[in-house]
Design a binder for this molecule. Structure first.
Ligand SMILES: [Zn+2]
Length: 239
């Protein structure tokens, strides 16, 4: 940031900003925030909020990615449709729970909200982070991740279906006693280009006892009435 902009931001003169910076440099003080980073559940055996992690893993595999920032800090970003105001607020809370004391921030891109929180240890928590797009390399969960999902399949499903899923309404008409009636058949669909992620979705659906079928190469459909009702109850509406 330019000194002149920084001065405007803080309501002080440009010279003051320059003086503060020189003071910091002369005393060898660290620039920026100097709060302590929370310990890592993997490196430091710090506690991890398992249910929230299982859900965030679903969001990450759906529409998340990790980028490398400065000084070995990584940024976890989750992109979600701007229409879903409640889900976007929920994402902020979710990220702040998985990274204790984390302060996620959001930015708007056309049609979507990107929620971001930085941490050196995101690659420890999401070892699937790697070069290239998710569908171009294998996505295999580590044993500890599988155990967390097994402990809480609905949370994982919530993350997956609320990122890369949709609840669609199909209509059909039927003539009953000479009268045309319209019926609604809602269903959930999960769409992902990675066969591995599709496999994780169906694995979790099986654990949650929800019937599904592959309706297209990249699509998992939950369309039986009882299965839709069960998934609705477990993951809640998209809004
Ligand atoms: Zn770590």
């Amino acid at each position: 940031m330019r000194d002149v902009d920084n001065a405007l931001l803080h309501g002080v003169g440009t010279k003051t900003i320059r003086r503060w910076r020189r003071l910091y440099q002369r005393q060898g003080l660290a620039r920026g925030q100097t709060h302590l980073a929370p310990p890592c559940p993997r490196c430091d055996s710090a506690p991890l909020a398992g249910q929230e992690y299982a859900e965030l893993l679903g969001w990450y595999l759906g529409d998340g990615h990790i980028s490398r920032g400065r000084r070995d800090v990584f940024n976890l970003h989750v992109v979600n449709d701007a229409t879903y105001v409640e889900l976007n607020a929920h994402l902020i809370a979710l990220m702040a729970t998985v990274k204790p004391h984390g302060k996620p921030h959001t930015r708007l891109v056309p049609g979507a909200v990107v929620t971001t929180v930085s941490w050196k240890h995101w690659p420890c928590l999401f070892p699937q982070h790697g070069a290239g797009r998710k569908h171009e390399h294998a996505i295999v969960l580590e044993q500890w991740q599988r155990e967390l999902v097994e402990a809480s399949p609905p949370d994982f499903l919530r993350g997956l279906f609320h990122s890369d899923g949709s609840r669609v309404r199909n209509w059909a008409t039927r003539t009953v006693a000479g009268e045309v009636r319209r019926y609604e058949y809602p269903r959930w669909q999960f769409v992902n280009a990675s066969e591995d992620i599709i496999g994780l979705c169906t694995w979790a659906l099986d654990m949650a006892d929800i019937s599904w079928r592959r309706s297209a190469p990249r699509v998992v459909s939950v369309s039986r009435r009882a299965a839709v009702a069960r998934l609705d109850a477990l993951i809640g509406p998209k809004r």
